[in-house]
Design a protein around this ligand. Sequence first.
Ligand code: SAM
Length: 269
Amino acid sequence: MAINEYKYGGVLMTKPYYEKENAILVHADSFKLLEKIKPESMDMIFADPPYFLSNGGMSNSGGQIVSVDKGDWDKISSFEEKHDFNRRWIRLARLVLKPNGTIWVSGSLHNIYSVGMALEQEGFKILNNITWQKTNPAPNLSCRYFTHSTETILWARKNDKKSRHYYNYELMKEFNDGKQMKDVWTGSLTKKSEKWAGKHPTQKPEYILERIILASTKENDYILDPFVGSGTTGVVAKRLGRKFIGIDYEKEYLKIAKKRLNKGATYGL
Ligand code: SAM
């Protein structure tokens, strides 16, 4: 591949849906698009892939009974299919990550064990297992389980002895009142004030992305989100002066992401 075929910051080979001030959104299937990103060009990848929990069940949201189904993108028929999905996107993501780059993947019990295994199978070394403890989780309607109140975020680097990942130890310590930052992060579900641009069923809170980005990247670094949804990673990356590429195959979600990128992050302002 000739190097000058990569436009848009020298890293992308296709016309974006949106491009402004170092933030790019691409309307595409990540399985195809990742091959159009320059190999070893990304400093960090944050991925919030489908959790595959849409099984026709019910949950509680703000006091209302709602379906847990997120959309067709969140449905899968077997464990094998789920694991194959995770192995394939992680393999492609690895190709675009710099040798010293890192990847963060969020998930719940429905997918995170497959993600962890896929990371190791595809040549990653897991650095941390972050538990995001939600202070206001939805109650469990069936009363047959403990309330699901956590999600997991795995942080990994390439499993290569020469790989030297970046960790802003001092800043994380400062955030934790001078003590080492732990791998349990406590906070609320995404606030209504961050959901002003439209409805996405799994919008992440901005404070989670802020910590991830500050911990593992420097200003002007390239960040990729192959399942960008409503654009949370992008708005925080932009506010913190990082370059950003986000991909989603649902136009409706990219419209929300575009609105948010045009306005800027809510958190911390
Ligand atoms: N972190 C996001 C946010 O804060 O809004 C939510 C991400 S959501 C869990 C996963 C997203 O991946 C959905 O918006 C879905 O449309 C998208 N998606 C699923 N499979 C995809 C694929 N193969 N290519 C591109 N996008 C995909």
